[in-house]
Design a protein around this ligand. Sequence first.
Ligand SMILES: C[S@@+](CC[C@H](N)C(=O)[O-])C[C@H]1O[C@@H](n2cnc3c(N)ncnc32)[C@H](O)[C@@H]1O
Length: 191
Amino acid sequence: MGTLTYLRNFFTDKYIASVTPTSIYGVRKVCGKIDFARAGTMIEFGPGTGVFTRYLLERIRFDARLILIERNPAFAAILREKFPDPRVTVVHDSAENVHPILDARGGLPADCILSGIPFSFLPAEVRKHILLGSHAVLRPGGKFLAYQTFYQSAAHLRVPLEERFGSIRLEYEMRNIPPLSIYEAIKENGA
Ligand SMILES: C[S@@+](CC[C@H](N)C(=O)[O-])C[C@H]1O[C@@H](n2cnc3c(N)ncnc32)[C@H](O)[C@@H]1O
């Protein structure tokens, strides 16, 4: 379940923003930044058909929780069928609602958020709302990790992320179609 599933849904939902899942190089590089021994509650924004989810489930603790928030109904249904793992909860909703979603499921605070949603496609207000909610649900020291297409204005994610989290780290993975920018932001203690 990969490129064909993406293509089928890509034409009816512009927020999918990709015609193929992230490459294994991208998945490894992004997930290399996660402290799996510490992470008890993890969130994935925009898991798609689950290329990161599968990798995460092989590495998270047996007692960890992984909450998948996916806006596209066809992808949410695929994720439910594909991952009958008791650690996984699939929520068909927008990342904008991360705070009430976690609150309702006793998932606060979260250790890590992994985001694949296309920030460049979102209106500024929605972007701001998602980053505010993400910052609010993370524990101090918790991490927000986002992967995006390489060519993008700093106004789409870097600047709003710095406004919310302070300094961030930015790396690239060229072995992906298209190449990826990887943003890493940590919630300060006392923030
Ligand atoms: C570029 S695809 C990434 C999919 C997958 N994580 C991967 O790496 O291949 C973006 C995904 O984000 C989802 N998405 C877009 N906007 C969203 C939102 N506001 N909340 C949750 N998911 C969203 C899309 O439906 C799609 O599954």
